[in-house]
Structures are given as structure tokens and as C-alpha cells.
Design a protein around this ligand. Structure first.
Ligand code: R1P
Ligand code: URA
Length: 337
């Protein structure tokens, strides 16, 4: 970003663009599909209405936002790259560009620990986090009694959105397709594609028993990927919180950028907390596309990916369309982006 940023606490440009995603209020909808790769974002974007023409913003930090309408309903697709830190940038910065409730579905790839073929779809009801214990002595494991990997407690998806994602994917699956859609499972989000997903590399990771340990931690544990836990965790934290030490919302002043977006009159209180108070929600759910079978060692082909992404994209957009929520006002509607 070339523009000058102000406020070290939550850096923003003079025209209210957030630091890493480059967005400003009015450029992102409150119904969002988030993905890891720009190509998957573009596949989903093909299903958006042609008019008004979707808005696209590619940030210097590699985040791509496409905002348009799906069957008339405002919708954004945001490609965030990989890992929890990127999910963290996405949720926090988008939250500051939106007023009211948010619904987010992650459409991502995963590895399956259960015995389903690659190309299956899994809709997890909850996620745990798997993290590498950096205090474990990886070069002298005998000296350490702590575990090398930690598995967190589960955090649930929003139950309504979860149900709707499953229903919409069942409806979107092509007629005659024998693709499995599995639900009611637990996902594990790892802090590495390799060590904390139990893959063997040339590093001394001490993860030979990790898959076994994961499967033993929950009978429903079915998938491994890298971002879903952090999305569910932030969404769950957001619900009905009171900003620390600030029980009374500051007075609002109208932001000239968009008539529906306001700025805090107090100095460093994030905008959305003021707007949202404690009664807005972030609904989060996920659909995982099985790219790797950790039981058979099979990996999906590019042809299978293309077919799977095309219909699952329709499923997640339908799920968001069917989620009752007040629409966020977009510049798109006003013809200015
Ligand atoms: C690793 O290959 C990446 O694929 C999965 C993991 O979570 C990780 O980001 O998701 P995406 O396909 O959404 O990127
Ligand atoms: N993404 C992951 O994080 N792991 C896999 O095994 C496949 C996709």
C-alpha cells in the first residue's frame, strides 16, 4: 500500500482502507465466501450476476476481494492465502469494513483421516486446533515430558449456517453424481501442512504418532487443514462481547465515504465495535474438499478439482443467499465501484 497510514493500533489510510486487505467500507459484503487461492475465488466469481459488474481488489499483501451479487444478493469472495495468521487479518480487517451481522463460509481443501475417496466433501460441525509445541525439545526428545503437539478443545460452527451449507451442497451436487457429502464431523486446523498434520519430512518433527493421537482425541475427527479453527474461534469470541473497559458505546459521527458507515468519535476504538455494540453476530461455517486421503495416500487430480469446485461454489453461494441477514450497503449498489 502506497498511501499514508495512520493509527498504529489499527492502521488505516485517510480514505479508511485497512492495511493488509486494502478494502474500505462499501467494498465488501457481509455475506462472504473465503478461500485459499485466487483461482478458486475466480471460479466462484463466475457464478455472480453480470450486473452490476463485480468489483475486484487485489491487495499488495496477496488478498483478493471480489464483490458482486448472487441472484441479486450482495456477496463477497475473499481469497486469503494460507494459515491462521491470514485468516486473522481477513476476519479482523473485514469486520472493520462492515456494519451489522456477518456470515462467512470457508470453502477450502483438506486431507481426510476417514476412509472417503478424494473428491468427497466434508461439512464439519466443529474444529480443533493442532499446534506444534515449540517448547518441546525436538533435537533431544528424551529430555522432555511435554507433548510435541497440542490439540485444543473444539469450537463449533454456527449451527444454522452449518445446516444450510450441508443442505445447499446436497442440492448443488450434480444429478447422478456419487460424490460423498459427509457431515457431523470435527475438523482439525494445523499450524503446518507438514509437521502438525503428521507428514514425514526430513525435519525431526516427532510426529509419527500424531494422526493416531488426533483420531483418538475425538471419534468424529475427520479432516485436517489450516484455517477453519481460527475462523470459528474468532466468530465465537465476537458474539455478544463487550469491548474491554468500554461498556458505553461512544457517540457516532457519519463517515462521508458511505452513508451507512460510522466512525467512532473517540480516538482508538475500532469502528465495528462501536457500530456493532454487543448484539451483532459473526456466523461461520465451512465446507472442506478432500484433496488428500491420508488413509489411501491418494491425491486429487486437477480435473476432479475443477469439477468439485464448480458445484461446491454454487452450494456455498446458495447457503449464504438463504441466510437471513440485513444487507450491508455497498458502493456497488451506488455504481461507484
Ligand atoms: C494447504 O495446501 C492449504 O490447503 C488448505 C489448507 O487449509 C491450506 O491453506 O486450504 P485451501 O485450499 O483453502 O488453501
Ligand atoms: N490441505 C491441507 O492442509 N492438508 C491436506 O492434506 C490437503 C489440503
Amino acid at each position: 500500500m502506497k498511501d499514508t497510514l495512520t493509527d498504529a493500533n489499527f492502521p488505516r489510510t485517510a480514505d479508511h482502507r485497512v492495511y493488509h486487505l486494502g478494502l474500505r467500507p462499501g467494498e465488501v459484503a457481509n455475506r462472504i465466501v473465503t478461500v485459499g487461492s485466487p483461482s478458486r475465488a475466480e471460479t466462484i466469481a463466475k457464478l455472480l450476476d453480470e450486473s452490476p459488474q463485480p468489483f475486484r481488489l487485489s491487495s499488495e499483501r496477496g488478498f483478493l476481494t471480489i464483490t458482486g451479487r448472487y441472484k441479486g444478493v450482495p456477496m463477497s469472495i475473499v481469497s486469503i492465502g494460507m494459515g491462521s495468521p491470514n485468516m486473522d487479518f481477513f476476519v479482523r480487517e473485514v469486520r472493520e469494513c462492515i456494519s451489522g451481522d456477518m456470515a462467512v463460509i470457508r470453502l477450502g481443501s483438506c486431507g481426510a483421516l476417514i476412509n472417503v475417496p478424494v473428491g468427497s466433501v466434508v461439512v464439519p460441525k466443529a474444529s480443533v486446533a493442532v499446534s506444534r509445541n515449540v517448547d518441546f525439545n525436538f533435537s533431544d526428545p528424551e529430555s522432555c515430558t511435554d507433548p510435541a503437539y497440542r490439540i485444543s478443545k473444539p469450537v463449533a460452527a454456527d449451527p444454522d449456517l452449518h445446516r444450510e451449507v450441508h443442505r445447499a451442497l446436497e442440492a448443488a451436487r450434480p444429478a447422478g453424481s456419487d460424490t460423498n457429502i459427509v457431515t457431523g464431523t470435527v475438523n482439525a486446523s494445523a499450524d503446518s501442512f507438514y509437521s502438525s498434520q503428521g507428514r514425514q519430512t526430513s525435519f525431526p518433527d516427532h510426529n509419527e504418532n500424531l494422526i493416531e493421537q488426533l483420531s483418538a482425541s475425538s471419534k468424529d475427527l475427520a479432516t485436517l487443514e489450516m484455517e477453519t479453527f481460527h475462523l470459528f474461534h474468532l466468530a465465537a469470541c465476537w458474539g455478544r462481547h463487550t469491548p474491554a473497559g468500554k461498556p458505553t458505546p461512544a457517540p457516532l459521527t457519519t463517515n462521508p465515504v458511505s452513508p451507512t458507515v460510522h466512525q467512532s468519535a473517540s480516538s482508538n476504538q475500532p469502528i465495528s465495535q462501536v457500530l456493532a455494540g454487543s448484539d451483532t453476530v459473526i456466523k461461520a461455517a465451512a465446507a472442506q474438499l478432500v484433496f488428500a486421503s491420508r488413509t489411501s495416500q491418494a491425491f486429487i487430480t486437477p480435473e476432479q478439482v475443477a469439477e468439485l469446485e464448480a458445484w461446491s461454489a454454487k452450494g456455498v453461494l446458495e447457503a449464504l443467499k438463504n441466510t437471513p441477514m440485513e444487507n450491508n450497503r455497498l458502493h456497488l449498489e451506488e455504481g461507484s465501484v
